[in-house]
Design a protein around this ligand. Structure first.
Ligand code: PAF
Length: 274
């Protein structure tokens, strides 16, 4: 497995792979890898990529000033071992200084799908995500890139960026991976105390109770109550069209229900496409 730290070195290697006709998959991550990330590598393998590049970079530009950039969990050694075991062929570990050179001044802003949901609560978040992901595309030259459906809005925003900016690659989404308890896997789960973990089960619990053919406003109230009764602070509960992310009036096939809560100090998200 190759390890790159310099953007230019990854880019040179990736260009050579393309010239040799090899198919490249990119799995962008912020590290502290768990089963969810490993399922993205698995998806890349199943799709037959010759090279699977996993990027591990806690991107400062997508964190707000009061968010958890500094305390975001990091474990380079464990991530390397997990990538190797999962079958990645290259890992990219850049630093903020070599991803964002002095006076970096170009950013990508998606102006439709990123307005609501996490975009509204985390100003600048998707600007940071789009910018870093576009840079990773330019460095790794992937034929396709794999994103988890847990970050549903992110996957939609990235697909739109790829379409609107004519990136020559496909976006593959992989299903949410859950712990046996139902809790969606997330690097941030590591912040949770035993009691908070227990409370967090209300997220997947609430999503399980949803069905098609119901009034969305009534369902929303019911879900908010379920989450609050469990002791979670609701950031949002939204019923949206899975493609446009516009609010819907009724639950129907293709509607996506997205949840964001604070469990103590930890912000957790989850979703389900009906
Ligand atoms: O989903 C993530 O882990 C990040 O937002 C991503 C896509 C790696 C960009 O930093």
């Amino acid at each position: 497995m190759k390890i790159f730290r310099e953007p230019g070195k990854l880019q040179k290697w990736a260009s050579a792979q393309k010239l040799a006709g090899r198919q490249i998959a990119l799995v962008p991550t912020m590290g502290y890898l768990h089963e969810g990330h490993l399922s993205l590598i698995e998806a890349a393998k199943r799709k037959g990529a010759d090279e699977i590049v996993v990027s591990v970079f806690v991107n400062p530009v997508q964190f707000g000033p009061n968010e958890d950039y500094d305390k975001y969990p990091r474990d380079e050694k464990a991530d390397l071992a997990k990538c190797r075991k999962a079958g990645a062929t290259a890992v990219f570990f850049p630093t903020p200084a070599n991803m964002y050179l002095d006076r970096h001044s170009v950013y990508i802003v998606e102006e439709d799908l990123s307005r609501g949901l996490c975009g509204a609560r985390r100003p600048g978040h998707f600007r940071g995500v789009c910018t870093v992901v576009a840079k990773l595309f330019n460095l790794a030259h992937p034929d396709f890139a794999v994103f988890g459906q847990k970050d549903y809005q992110q996957a939609q925003v990235i697909k739109r960026m790829v379409r609107d900016l004519n990136f020559d690659l496909k976006i593959v989404t992989a299903p949410i991976v859950r712990e046996p308890s139902g809790l969606a896997r997330s690097s941030r789960n590591t912040y949770l105390s035993a009691e908070e973990r227990e409370r967090a089960l209300a997220l997947s619990g609430a999503l399980k109770t949803l069905a098609v053919g119901r009034n969305a406003a009534t369902e929303r109230k019911r879900v908010v109550k379920m989450l609050e009764d469990a002791g979670l602070k609701v950031d949002y509960v939204e019923f949206v069209d899975g493609g446009t992310l516009e609010p819907v009036k009724r639950t129907a096939k293709g509607v996506c229900v997205l949840l964001a809560v604070y469990d103590g100090k930890t912000r957790l998200i989850d979703n389900r496409v009906l």
